[in-house]
Write a protein that binds this ligand. Structure first.
Ligand code: ADP
Ligand code: ZN
Ligand code: ZN
Length: 746
């Protein structure tokens, strides 16, 4: 071939560094996913070019009569009526195969022209006009307004936005005259969109306590050695882990190095982001999904250009474009939000270790309730264990008590949402001017609607789950696909009027609290609130500033919030999580309880916790009550061992899906056979196919197969081999959803 000239370079620097490309390749391989999808996940949304194939008419409409084939004529008429269309929209409208054939014929006949266009990325730098002072104006005679402007410019480092300058002096003519005199010049520059907009919290200064010093010392030692070293920082809630992260970051910044800090959900902890901004100013770049595309793009570029050296963000920030981070921290490493539940599947917590290994970084996984796998790795010596067993300033962990709701039911003869004990505790708390947090892990008003005549529960039309009643919107909503219907007043099956609303959600809790404590100021926090932009921030701020007495909500309340006036935490119910058909149900419940309990008594005042349950004898509740992580770990580890679940095996979950139930089942059986053939030596344990916990989701039937293996590589070999075999047995790759190290089996 003859080499062609380069017309222009798209980027001056590759947008993906060798290092990140390596990480993405590793992940694609490990999670059996696609490299393209992973690279896309690694880059901020909206910066990729997209391509579209356009079809335009070349002849007037009257020529349509010359076309004999019906589809060709229809498409041509469509184009002459509406103008140029994308190839894809024509495929949608006229059927894929038919449209392709017809368009190809039309092109040959000279009726249409096909062109490929590249669409500009949506996220681009925001360019604005600025002015700057370029000459000393003292010698020049200036009027008052001109003088004023030069003074303002001087106060702003001689540079400001043109629009702000005009606003400051009230007219553009002042600026024009200064430009004519050669004192000021106009230029274009980028405007960085800052997600925190100067809303930072001034850093507090205090001395670390002796355990904190010891922990920090070990981390710093490792940082100075520039070698890969993983730590697990196990510190109880309120033990000052965040403070360690901050100081470790300060340490590397002073050496000109860079860091990545992963946090579960920044949107839920805005105060935390501000605290960090207070410490590190513009050296911090924030990356998370609820930023606008433009904001995220700018933050990403500040990291890429090394103007910012610390990336703080959620899951995808593990791909932050910092040059060879020497410190990677994963806060609340047990949190399930590090796992991406949709393709490309990956766990950012685990990728942190991979990236750390490749960069020779110190990796710190921190948690009060480490995941079982992580703690197991620490026990085995794969990670060095660092411990902060006490809260700062000798503050005690809150006292916790379990309330047996069966007993309450016997005493009062009715089921209740808030027991008298909890009610009194709330009353006392708010009458002292303190605050209470109440957890109920279900949003909406009632869990489901049951017909007393025919026993029917109203289900989603797309999923095999009950619809949840939302009183505020007066709808029944599916929590899995968002399908909703107006709340019916009759049973849709037997038309009886005896509909029963069963199981309480956060809306009902809020209403009940309102009735019991009419004078209390009550806030609610759950996914429904999160959807309204800015509202979470507002509620948390209000609560932080003491403008709310009670905050009721779902597990979002358990995230790392640091409110100093919360003295009471009431767990209204978490029984529904304990009952989930998932081997991690107990672990998840323990983590949730320990974390939410940890919100109490973080200030100078002592904290108190009540846990209501109909399963008061469950071992998880007892360990959670005592905040006994190690006790729970031992018990749970035994259970995992006896059931042959991680950390004692490597697990993959394979969902075989199809919109037709029989086909789904048939393909699942075929895939199982393929797995068996790939596993001829029987080293992996394979179970299923069985109907998944949610047998139908968004209109798709789901059958689950679990593959467990004593070795990581064996798991991959067997599944990859089965994929190849299944291909020839007619199982389409698009009907398989393969998750390596899944964290939830639904
Ligand atoms: P964790 O992340 O372990 O839950 P934090 O780092 O948020 O704990 O610390 C809890 C609270 O204690 C914060 O308000 C923090 O400012 C404060 N704190 C941390 N270390 C100290 C210390 N050495 N002395 C006094 N207060 C501290
Ligand atoms: Zn009925
Ligand atoms: Zn649904």
């Amino acid at each position: 071939f003859e080499l062609k000239d380069i017309l222009s370079a798209i980027d001056t620097v590759p947008i993906i560094s060798q290092e990140l490309l390596g990480l993405a390749k590793w992940a694609a391989d490990y999670y059996l996913g696609s490299l393209g999808e992973l690279l896309k996940a690694a880059l901020p949304a909206g910066m990729d070019l997209s391509e579209a194939r356009m079809v335009a008419p070349l002849l007037p409409q009257s020529k349509a009569a010359h076309l004999r084939a019906a589809t060709q004529r229809k498409i041509f008429l469509h184009l002459t009526a509406h103008g140029e269309k994308t190839f894809r929209s024509l495929e949608r409208e006229f059927g894929k195969a038919a449209a392709r054939r017809a368009i190809a014929a039309l092109e040959k006949l000279g009726f249409v022209k096909i062109t490929d266009v590249v669409k500009k990325p949506k996220a681009a730098p925001k360019i604005r006009k600025y002015i700057r002072l370029i000459k000393n104006e003292e010698a020049e005679p200036l009027n008052d307004k001109q003088k004023l402007l030069t003074e303002i410019l001087r106060q702003n480092d001689c540079k400001m936005l043109l629009s702000e300058a005009v606003a400051a002096v009230g007219t553009a003519s002042v600026i024009r005259s200064l430009i004519r005199k050669g004192i000021v010049e106009e230029f274009s520059d980028e405007l960085f969109r800052d997600p925190l907009r100067g809303d930072e919290i001034a850093p507090e200064e205090f001395e670390l306590n002796s355990s904190q010093k010891e922990v920090l010392g070990k981390i710093q030692l490792s940082l100075d050695q520039n070698k890969f070293k993983p730590f697990l920082l196990h510190g109880v809630t309120g033990s000052g882990k965040t403070e360690i992260y901050i100081r470790a970051i300060k340490h590397i910044l002073s050496q000109g190095k860079s860091a990545v800090l992963l946090v579960p959900e920044i949107a839920l902890t805005p105060l935390f982001a501000r605290r960090l901004r207070g410490h590190f100013g513009s050296q911090v770049a924030i990356l998370h999904s609820s930023l606008g595309e433009g904001e995220r793009f700018d933050e990403w570029r500040r990291l890429k250009s090394a103007e910012a050296k610390i990336a703080i963000g959620t899951r995808s920030a593990i791909f932050a474009p910092v040059e060879k981070p020497s410190l990677i921290i994963v806060d609340e490493e047990h949190d399930s939000s590090y796992y991406q539940h949709e393709p490309p599947f990956y766990n950012a917590r685990d990728l942190a270790l991979v990236r750390g290994r490749d960069c020779g970084a110190t990796v710190v996984l921190g948690s009060a309730t480490p995941s079982l796998e992580t703690y197991y790795n620490a026990q085995k010596g794969k990670y060095e264990l660092l411990e902060l067993p006490q809260r700062v300033e000798g503050r005690p962990l809150p006292q916790a008590e379990i309330i047996d709701m069966r007993e309450e039911f016997r005493k009062s003869g009715r089921s209740m949402l808030i027991s008298p004990v909890l009610r009194n505790a709330i009353k006392e708390t708010i009458s002292r001017g303190n605050q209470a947090i109440l957890l109920l892990n279900r949003r909406g008003f009632s869990a489901f609607v049951l017909c007393r005549m025919c026993g029917n529960t109203i289900k989603c039309k797309n999923c095999d789950v009950s619809l949840t009643y939302h009183k505020r919107e007066n709808k029944l909503i599916c929590h899995y696909c968002n399908y909703s219907i107006k709340t019916p007043d009759k049973c849709p099956v037997c038309l009886s009027e005896y509909l029963y609303f069963i199981g309480e959600g956060t809306e009902q809790l809020e209403d009940r609290l309102d009735k019991i404590f009419p004078d209390a100021r009550i806030g609610r926090l759950d996914r429904d609130v999160v959807r309204r932009r800015g509202e979470v921030d507002q509620i948390l701020k209000k609560f932080d500033q003491g403008e709310l007495d009670i905050l009721a909500g779902t597990q979002m309340l358990a995230k790392g919030h640091d409110f100093h006036k919360v003295t009471l935490v009431g767990v209204v119910s978490v029984d529904n999580i304990l009952g989930l058909p998932d081997f991690r149900a107990a672990e998840r419940t323990f983590q949730l309880l320990a974390q939410v309990a940890g919100r109490a008594g973080r200030g100078k005042l002592k904290g108190q916790v009540f846990i209501q349950s109909y399963l008061p004898d469950h071992y998880v509740l007892e360990f959670a009550r005592r905040q006994d992580y190690k006790g729970f770990y031992e018990a749970e580890l035994n259970f995992r061992k006896s059931m042959y679940f991680p950390p004692f095996c490597y697990l993959a979950s394979i969902l075989v899906t199809h919109k037709n139930q029989e086909s789904a089942q048939k393909f699942a059986q075929r895939f199982r056979q393929a797995l068996d053939r790939a596993n001829a030596q029987k080293k992996c344990r394979i179970s299923g196919p069985a109907s998944a916990a949610i047998a139908r989701l968004k209109g798709i039937y789901r059958f689950q197969i679990l593959v467990r293996s004593p070795h990581r590589s064996l798991l991959h070999d067997v599944i990859s081999e089965a994929e190849k075999l299944a291909d020839s047995a007619g199982v389409d790759r698009s009907n398989l959803r393969i998750e390596v190290d899944p964290i939830e089996l639904t």
